[in-house]
Each structure stands twice: as structure tokens, then as C-alpha cells.
Design a protein around this ligand. Structure first.
Ligand code: ADP
Length: 329
């Protein structure tokens, strides 16, 4: 760990089994970052409470998500993988940082406005404070780097402001101002061919499906609407099946597929069959590993308990410094 470039922190809400959007947009990057950084990956169950109504799903979703991350290549002996609520120091830091957070800025954030629109009957205090809890997560583990998608950039900028304000007002450089590592992840479109792949839209292809289930799901994908007959040439540039080929099919074959689609030599059914085969090839090792890990239901909880133990050591150090900087008696 000593020769790594710095510490990475990232958190995601426990949404259960992960799909191709999570995989291409986040997990692959998490796995790659381990080579260069000391990584802290957190399943943010407290954040999930801001909008969740089915509380009983939290535990199962946490285990499924952790299994997916582990099977995809998060190495728990090297990185810290844990559940946010297992390190309660984050809630103390959240309270403290909330005193350094201007309320007007919080309610002005586009992400808050969007969430308030989506959950008009549940605009709770925690929802407004979501970015403060995120700042507490990042600051508690003194992350140097936070990989974020474009949609999270305003939150990270907000974290930086809160950290600066804390350090300035206390006159102590206790907290670390994190740098953004913008991941140019593709926005993966779902089987409907129109919207972002997401569990809530039921347009997802989960990583943990069997080969046959994956093929069946791929068969439901919407293709070029202009191609109403097998003999009509397709437009790969607007077809989501083709976009996914770019992520899963070897480059040499991708160009041939595009040409054969444009000349109508290749029909949509065969095209989808070949995409399903490519996805299944890429995920074969993942599935084997996931099945192996799932045989022992205690495994994932043991990993998460060990991660929390290591995270608490970092959290305690930071909180000692934070309390001292504030002069808390
Ligand atoms: P959260 O709200 O905790 O970020 P999500 O399940 O929405 O939970 O996303 C988890 C991660 O997966 C995020 O980094 C997100 O950007 C990425 N992700 C989710 N869906 C997609 C998608 N369709 N395309 C690309 N990335 C995605």
C-alpha cells in the first residue's frame, strides 16, 4: 500500500444485483483503480434510507451487491470493502460538517431538486443533507481521489467547499480536499433502447443471470426501429445492440458486424445472438467466481465485517483530529 499514489473512496447505494450499466459505468473502474490506489469502497446503506421505503430489502441487497463486486474483482485483502452504517463515526462527522454547510446551497443543488420531484411525498431532512453525508464519507477516510460520473460532479465540488470551510474556520488542515477523477463512463442504455439502464426502469441485464437468461434478455432488446424487415439495412450507429457490441465483442468482429448490419447481411436476431455470446464470454469467469463465493453465505458478511474493522481505524484517527481541531471538550 505504501507505494500507491493515494487513497480512493467511492460509495454506491445497495441496489442489489448489479447490471451491465453498473459494470461498465462503475465496477470495472473500481477494479482497475486497485492497481494504483489504496481503495476504500463503501455500500452506502444510510444514503439509501433517504428514498427507500422497502427497508426489509436493505440486508439482502447489500449482500447481493457485495457478491457482485467481489466476483468482478474487488480484492478485499487489498481494498477496504464495507457497509457505511458499520462505521457510525460517519454520522458524527455528518453532524459536525452540517455546521459548515450553507443551507441555501443544499436546497439549490439540481440533484436535490430532481430527487424532491421524484419523491414529492418524502422530502425529508436526510434528503436535503445527502451531499453532507457524502462529504462526511469522503472526509472521514481522507480520500485524495473520488471517481465520479458527470452527474456527481456538483456533489464533489460541494464536498471540497465543505472541507475548505472546515479547515479555514478551524485553522487546522485536518481534512483532505479530494480531487475528482471524472470517469468517462458510457451511459449504458437499457433493453428499451431509449433510457439509461436501471433497475427501477426494469430495462436492465443483470450480471448474475445465467447464460440462457442473458440470451433471453438480450433477445428483448429494442433495435433500429426503421428495420421492420430482415431485408432492410440497419443503422448500427443508432442501435443499442451495436453499442453493447463495442463493450463486449472483440474489435475486429465489431467492424464486420457493423458492415453486415448496414448491408442487411446480418439480421437483428442473429446480431443479438452474437451479442449474448459475447456478454456470456466476458462474464463466464465472474459467474463462476460468484457461484463459488455464494456457496458460503457467511463469506460476504465476514468480508464486510473485516472491512468495517479496518475502516474504523481510519475513522477513529480522523475523528480524533476533528474533535481536537474544534476544541470539543
Ligand atoms: P447510486 O445512486 O448509488 O450511484 P446506481 O445504481 O444508480 O447507484 O449507480 C451505481 C454506479 O453505477 C454509479 O457509479 C453509476 O454512475 C453507475 N451506473 C448505474 N447505471 C448506469 C448506466 N446505465 N450506465 C452507466 N453507468 C451506470
Amino acid at each position: 500500500m505504501a507505494n500507491k499514489k493515494g487513497r480512493v473512496f467511492s460509495g454506491a447505494r445497495p441496489t442489489g444485483r448489479q447490471h451491465l450499466g453498473n459494470y461498465l459505468g462503475a465496477i470495472r473502474n473500481y477494479v482497475a483503480l486497485q492497481a494504483e490506489y489504496d481503495c476504500v469502497y463503501c455500500i452506502v446503506d444510510l444514503h439509501a434510507l433517504t428514498t427507500l421505503e422497502d427497508f426489509h430489502l436493505l440486508r439482502g441487497n447489500t449482500a447481493e451487491m457485495a457478491l457482485d463486486w467481489l466476483a468482478a474483482g474487488i480484492r478485499p485483502e487489498e481494498s477496504i470493502l464495507f457497509v457505511q452504517s458499520h462505521v457510525p463515526q460517519v454520522t458524527e462527522l455528518h453532524t459536525i460538517l452540517s455546521m459548515f454547510t450553507p443551507l441555501g446551497k443544499l436546497t439549490d443543488l439540481p440533484t436535490f431538486k430532481e430527487k424532491a420531484r421524484m419523491h414529492p411525498h418524502n422530502i425529508n431532512y436526510g434528503l436535503v443533507g445527502y451531499p453532507v453525508l457524502m462529504a462526511a464519507d469522503i472526509a472521514l477516510y481522507k480520500a485524495d481521489i473520488v471517481p465520479v460520473g458527470i452527474d456527481q460532479e456538483s456533489h464533489l465540488e460541494f464536498t471540497r467547499e465543505i472541507v475548505r470551510s472546515f479547515n479555514f474556520k478551524t485553522g487546522k488542515q485536518v481534512l483532505v480536499e479530494p480531487q475528482m477523477k471524472t470517469t468517462n463512463y458510457p451511459k449504458v442504455i437499457g433493453t428499451d433502447g431509449a433510457q439509461k439502464m436501471s433497475k427501477s426502469l426494469n430495462n436492465q441485464i443483470e450480471l448474475a443471470l445465467t447464460e440462457a437468461e442473458t440470451a433471453a434478455r438480450v433477445m428483448t432488446m429494442v433495435t433500429d426501429p426503421q428495420r421492420t424487415h430482415r431485408t432492410i439495412p440497419g443503422r448500427p450507429e443508432i442501435c443499442n445492440v451495436f453499442t453493447l457490441h463495442r463493450s463486449f465483442t472483440p474489435e475486429a468482429d465489431v467492424e464486420r458486424i457493423a458492415a453486415d448490419c448496414r448491408s442487411a447481411k446480418l439480421g437483428c436476431v442473429d446480431d443479438k445472438k452474437s451479442l449474448a455470446a459475447s456478454i456470456n464470454r466476458e462474464l463466464a469467469e465472474f459467474r463462476e467466481k460468484r457461484a463459488e463465493l455464494a456457496k458460503n453465505p457467511d463469506y460476504v458478511w465476514d468480508v464486510l465485517a473485516d472491512g468495517a474493522k479496518r475502516a474504523r481505524v481510519l475513522a477513529d484517527q480522523t475523528m480524533d483530529e476533528v474533535r481536537a481541531a474544534l476544541g470539543l471538550p
